[in-house]
Design a protein around this ligand. Structure first.
Ligand code: IPE
Ligand code: IPE
Ligand code: MG
Length: 239
């Protein structure tokens, strides 16, 4: 949904994507082990999604596990998988009540059975909800996503002269959702870390030093206020 379809309503905030960073540092600063930081980082999910929905945001995307996160120690990777399963068990009912439709972005292939089951279950239970779409990027990599799209294009025998932005977008994990208007990254780092690299072409960025487990409703409102002060031009002149 990019390219020529870009809207010129510069303050519309339809889709917010979040790089949830700083769980490890949060644990460190509380004298806890990293897994406690990751656990704490699942407790604010419903509040944050609800806070965005209350502000009229229809799409929220969370970066929960990157393809590159496999490089972490085995026990941390396993802990993140366990937490995804636990978090679905704990949050699914509340999110469902809030009218949230959950969808997964990423590669399901090499994830353990329990993780695939938890994702599939949450997608199935919430598929009829339309208040807000919550996309969970888990085992997600932006470059891998583009490679997958290119492979599909070849498989679909699309002619060279028919390749357009739309042809690529239709084959990304995000084909059903608009590009993010705002990308938030917590914990002070200022990089994308392979997140939505195609879709972020014209996104606004908001960086905060707040560590993800401490991020709550007030931070949501602060980010939105800042976004509303930005001028988006999409390459055109200001009107
Ligand atoms: C974000 O927190 C969660 C994941 C990347 C899975 P980190 O684990 O990256 O926390 P820091 O960066 O070490 O503080
Ligand atoms: C990005 O955070 C991935 C997620 C939030 C899931 P990282 O902590 O893995 O990113 P880098 O390694 O600091 O770039
Ligand atoms: Mg990090």
């Amino acid at each position: 949904m990019t390219g020529t379809s870009v809207s010129n309503t510069s303050h519309a905030l339809n889709h917010v994507a979040i790089i949830m960073d700083g769980n490890g540092r949060w644990a460190d600063s509380h004298g806890l082990i990293r897994s406690e930081g990751h656990r704490q980082g699942t407790k604010n999910l419903r509040e944050v999604v609800k806070a965005f929905a209350d502000e009229g945001v229809s799409f929220v995307t969370l970066y929960a596990f990157s393809k590159e996160n496999w490089q972490r120690p085995r026990n941390e990777v396993q802990n993140l998988f366990d937490l995804l399963v636990e978090s679905v068990a704990q949050n699914l009912e509340g999110l469902h009540q809030d009218g949230v439709c959950i969808q997964h972005l990423g590669d399901k292939n090499n994830l353990p059975y329990e993780v695939r089951e938890a994702i599939g279950h949450s997608e199935k239970i919430t598929q009829g909800n339309y208040h807000v779409t919550l996309s969970v990027a888990f085992n997600y990599g932006g470059r891998a996503e583009i490679i997958e799209a290119v492979k599909k294009i070849v498989k679909d025998s699309i002619a060279f002269s028919d390749i357009t932005e739309r042809v690529i977008e239709d084959r990304l994990y995000t084909s059903a959702i608009p590009d993010p208007d705002l990308i938030i990254r917590t914990a002070g780092e200022k990089r994308l870390s392979n997140f939505l690299i195609w879709q972020s072409a014209y996104s606004e960025y908001y960086f905060t030093d707040v560590l993800w487990p401490d991020f709550g409703k007030a931070d949501v409102q602060k980010a939105i206020r800042e976004y509303k002060n930005r001028k988006r031009k999409f390459g055109a002149l200001e009107s």
